[in-house]
Design a protein. Sequence first.
Length: 272
Amino acid sequence: MALQDHIEQLFEAGPSSRSPESLKLLAEFRAALNRGEIRAVAPEGDKWNVNSWVRKGIMLHAVLGVVSQDEKGSSFELDTMPLRRFTPQDGVRIVPGGSTIRDGIYLGSRVSCIAPLFINMGAHIGADAILDSHVSVGFCAQIGERVHIGPGTQIGGVLHPLDRLPAILADDVVIGGNCGIYEGVCIGKRAIVGAGMILTGATRVFDLKNRCYFKRTPEQPLLIPPDAIVVPGVRPMQGAYAASGLMLPVGVLVGYRNDANLAEDVMAGLLD
């Protein structure tokens, strides 16, 4: 029976299915995630498809887990959510200093993890990515190759509902420090997100050049175009609250990487 079929059966059975055999199956499932053979969310052309059975497999770790104490007696965690063990052959750089990287995540070759940071199960991080200090990566988040994530940034994940997209960062994206990129947001290739920007599925992003808003629709997440440069901004409240003077946060797309008219000092300020 295929791994997918086993996971589906265990998910239907629920907590009563805990056994030595089911725990062994979960270990095999995490190993497949580590190798990148299965993914919670996978690209297909210009779209991303959720593999709900992989999500179910990750959720089973909470359903079947029992709280246990680590060898040092300093933490208490489910026995189904161990830490990932690395060897030099994995080809990743993990700086000492208190990082937590759970088993069941894919790290491509030459990924750099600057302590302290946290990476949750189901995350997929491409080769040559750099995760700076105090970065948090949630369940099933998808991060491409050569992505640079600044310090203090949170990349949101999601498990439920099963069809919900986590945060997705395409190749060569740059995310500034102290940002929040959460579920329902997809950042296009080579895009830059300025420091302090919070993007959720409900955030609107105003394109200065084209005088229009980008926003999530029932059919697709909030899509930040390739090469876009987005910084934090605000907009006045509308309707009955227009006279209140209150403002709402908004992303501002100030230009594109390949725009020759974009001022060099704007680029420098975003990348510093």
